[in-house]
Design a protein around this ligand. Sequence first.
Ligand code: MOS
Length: 705
Amino acid sequence: MEFFIDENDRVDGIEKVTGKAKYFAEYQLPGLTYGVLVTSTITKGKIIAIDTKAAKNAPGVLDVLSHLNKPSAAGYEQAGGSPMKIFYTDQVFFNGQPIAIVVADTFERATYAASLVKVSYEKTAFNTDFEASIKDAAVKKLQGAPPYVRGIADAYKTAEVKVEQTYKMPVETHNPMELHGIIADWGVNDKVTVYAKTQGVKSTQNTIANVFKIPAENIQVNSQFVGGGFGMALRTWPLEIAAIMASKQLKKPVKLIITRDQMFTMVGNRPAAYQKIGLGATKDGKITGITHTAFGQSATYENFTEGVVNMSKFMYDSENVNTNYYVIPLDMGVPIWMRGPGEATGAFALESAIDEMAFALDMDPLDFRAKNDPEQDPSQKRPFSSKYIKEAYKLGAAKIGWNNRKNKPGSIVEGSWQIGYGVSVGVFNAGRGRASVKGILKADGTLVLQSATSDIGPGTGTGMTLIASKLMNIPVYKIVFELGDSSLPPAPSQGGSATLSTVGSAVNDVCVALKSTIAELAANSNMDATSNFVDVLKKNNLPMIEKTIQSSQNNPEAKNYSMYSFSIHFVQVKVHQLTGVVKVNKIVSVGDSGKIVSPKTARSQMVGGAVGGIGMALTEEAILDNRYGRYVNNNFADYHVPVNADVPDIDVIFIDKPDPIVNPMGAKGMGEIALIGFAGAVANAVFNATGKRIRSLPITPDKVL
Ligand code: MOS
């Protein structure tokens, strides 16, 4: 049976739903062996001894590697410091740190043998308590970004009306369905092949080259399908290096997949955050001062920062704005970007405070936002490349039935439930990088496009195929977009909502180049300029033509503009009066992300962001026992991600107007804005329903009651 796809479908949809799509862990290599990690059971200190005798004698075990006997990787011994080098020292930096790898002929035997490894430690005092560290003057706090002041600092303090509040967020973990890991095959002549879970095959290739001091061309990274990343696969983690090291030592392919509980400790998280917002306004609702001070969690052995306070500098028109952002190094695994990194954290605080101010002023929160919407970027004093946020307010408000909302909290009751409405905006940089794409236009009427980009789920191939189809006038089923292979023309990692903009621009440019070559060939062979490329190639006896183009990083005009994607999320919640349970009842998310290239996958992004937002707002919290520095809910039974029953129908609306500056498609990124702001909308709706302002996520029933 043959399937045809049309432009409403994902190009890889059939492969995904029929199980044909192959994820890294599914590759079967001859002689494959299995690695299992031994992890530290203390939080900080020194490894005194590792007894591997019993493990090494267990059935099927090939070796046990640790800092005591790691194979030499030229240069590796010298490479201390940050980022953490696995099996480099006897130091333990966090609980759950990988300290040895056991390799056996089966996963089960490796798992059993790992349980036989006996480690003795010398413990030292540690600190994992984020909130206590904020107040503890003795704890080292690092500047996460330069302090920012526009106008007068702390101007809110003298405003006619002021809001001064603290907002808290716990650690969230990424938890894609697919576990992290790698298959590493160190072959002869130092040729290395890996099947990886990565958001960037080139970045993985470069990291391996740097760690093992071998040429990048020696390393082949394959990652055609990725079962979700959310940011955690934006770097190569130490555990991946451990598997490669083991493969080098054993001269056999090694597969290492970490366990769900290990996903909480060794592959990053969204850092906990503590934020103070001071907001000042005149009685008639003009903002006169914004002060945003944020603290984020980081690690002692590596630093991590993100753009927590960025949005406060330009989202609202205020003469006076000052921000500060500090990080606190804790004895925990280092955080990493998680969907809507930084901004999702900052937006929860700022957009909650905006709602609090609107209430204090007795204004509709949408009217208050509209009144303070800046004409241009007040931090850079330059126009936005495109911004239709006020139009988005109107579309979303009409769809959710905003006119049913009462400004007085607790006004709507249905049976045992209180009903409330909330709104919040989201914003993220509409970035564009540089990428290369190769286009092969064939006389059989097909087009092959190749780029070493990734698809962690948003549908990269679908978007690229649609861009090419439109430009080349070739039906989508005759176009193949190849990705996830480090030998293809280079592209950046998939992150920061920039892939469609970055790689799409290169697809655009390669299609333009192919078309111009076809036009030249047509002219040379006295054919009509409108001739079909198949006829032109045949007339010229060419089976195909090829072009590889590196797209420019940006339109030269771009420097004169601030480029952002915007979103606005409307929710209706119901809150149970006796149990405090919050249900998100209705969702309308409006995206102002330029021209929509791929309607189906764009909608999916917004839906996925809203689902993640429900988790952030209501359920997700990695709970640490500070006595032991260990997570206590490191599994899906206790760490609650939203399930189907938590998610109502989601209405997605796009402004769908091209941005004239960002790229030839006019398309701004949208992966992040799908989530950014969502939790604030829920918190604001809970206040509207109940009169209870919850400033600490997640909004669990105990906080509501
Ligand atoms: Mo995203 S946090 O840029 O994968």
